[in-house]
Design a protein around this ligand. Structure first.
Ligand SMILES: C[S@@+](CC[C@H](N)C(=O)[O-])C[C@H]1O[C@@H](n2cnc3c(N)ncnc32)[C@H](O)[C@@H]1O
Length: 390
């Protein structure tokens, strides 16, 4: 893109002090223009900003922002009220300058997948991406298969910049029927734009290439700007496939396999699902024990010991649930504190912060664990179980 030259503006500024505007922090929404190519390959400039409606079905209208995210572009089929949320998003976010860490390749039995090019360690950000297409859930579900819905979906794709359109249409569509609807169902993420009817399907074409594993090496969440963030949860070597969990990894194998089949049309043969029979039974037994212990530790009146807390964490470790540690570490921290074990509580809370940043981002859960780690004795859980048992 072309735009404000930071150095030229910031090195010496004769107006500094005379006007309130800080020239080192230009209004990127206004100043940056984005280079896009039209269908014939000619370059032209597009300023970020939402346009439309380009068409509506009932209260759901099509809007486009071709300059969004350095010309990757975004389209949305949503209500007018939700458009105002999208207008508040930073149009040139900072996440696109991460180095390329992976490439897409054939993975036997799974179609395409994402392969690591570099060694990654726990906590490394892998692929932060904004959505290319947001569609209101009610528009997709209630109007399913209607001609007017299909026409608006097809129109929406024509408003994506060329490269993003190619990525969007290149995604796997598994269930048949209308192609764009199918792409959404096969590859959609839940995105909440807020308010009582904020549920949308979000499509992130590059993220869509991650295949499923019940014990994935990446965790993901969608942040408050609707950016999909994937982070490594353990050491990954070059050549290893990068995977996420599409479903609840705490379910027993049969339930996981049924869900993968009914919702995404494949039989899961990940390492955990392919264990020999006796080991599957052991794994399912551990998952059941996790359920029992968690139920007990969530009940303030139940009899809980530090042995239970350690056993629970050990079960997670043996089950290789590295992408799902934030919740259990929070439970461990609170229970240690409920039992008046400040040092253990602090240690688990710090680990819960680390896992929370990977799995959920810097939100209320992380803040609450930071507070517990800082001062266990000031936390509302301090010695709670001991008081209750007196
Ligand atoms: C979101 S896409 C993942 C990328 C896809 N493989 C592609 O070629 O674009 C989801 C689809 O990938 C396939 N898939 C994902 N994980 C799989 C797995 N563990 N085993 C077999 N197929 C898988 C299924 O067909 C599923 O419907």
């Amino acid at each position: 893109f072309t735009g404000w030259k930071e150095d030229a503006a910031c090195s010496w500024n004769p107006l500094a002090g005379l006007v309130e505007q800080n020239f080192c922090e230009p209004d990127w929404n206004v100043m940056i223009q984005t280079t896009l190519q039209n269908e014939t390959g000619e370059e032209h400039f597009v300023e970020p900003g939402w346009r439309g409606p380009h068409g509506c079905v009932k209260k759901y209208c099509l809007y486009s922002n071709p300059g969004f995210s350095n010309g990757k572009g975004m389209v949305a089929i949503t209500t007018e009220a939700h458009l105002s949320t999208l207008k508040d998003l930073p149009s040139q976010p900072q996440y696109l300058d991460v180095l390329s860490l992976s490439h897409v390749d054939d993975v036997p039995g799974k179609g395409l997948g994402v392969i690591a090019d570099r060694e990654l360690k726990r906590g490394d950000a892998v692929m932060p991406r904004p959505p290319a297409f947001l569609a209101h859930r009610r528009f997709l579900e209630d109007l399913a298969s209607s001609q007017e819905q299909q026409d608006l979906l097809e129109k929406a794709v024509t408003y994506l910049p060329r490269e993003t359109k190619g990525l969007f249409l290149g995604q796997m569509a598994h269930f048949g029927g209308h192609l764009i609807n199918d792409i959404f169902i096969t590859n959609g993420f839940q995105v909440d734009l807020g308010g009582p009817d904020g549920h949308h399907y979000g499509n992130y074409p590059e993220v869509s290439r991650f295949n499923h594993d019940c014990r994935p090496n990446l965790a993901y969440y969608i942040d408050s700007n609707f950016v999909h963030r994937t982070t490594a949860v353990r050491k990954i070597v070059p050549g290893e496939e990068l995977t996420v969990a599409y479903l609840d990894p705490l379910q027993p194998r049969i339930a996981r396999q049924q869900r993968a089949h009914s919702a995404w049309g494949f039989v899961c043969e990940c390492q955990q699902c392919s264990l020999p029979g006796a080991l599957v039974d052991k794994s399912d037994g551990r998952l059941w024990r996790i359920r029992v212990l968690e139920k007990r530790m969530e009940n303030l009146k139940a009899d809980v010991t530090m042995g239970d807390v350690r056993e629970l964490l050990e079960l997670y470790r043996n089950e290789r649930l590295d992408a799902k540690l934030a919740g259990v570490l929070t439970l461990a921290a609170m229970n240690a504190n409920l039992l008046g074990r400040a040092d253990d509580a602090r240690e688990y809370a710090l680990r819960a912060v680390e896992a929370g940043l990977i799995e959920k981002g810097d939100g209320v859960d992380v803040k609450s664990m930071r507070a517990l780690a800082e001062n266990p004795k000031a936390h509302f859980t301090w010695r709670g179980r001991l008081k209750a048992s007196k």
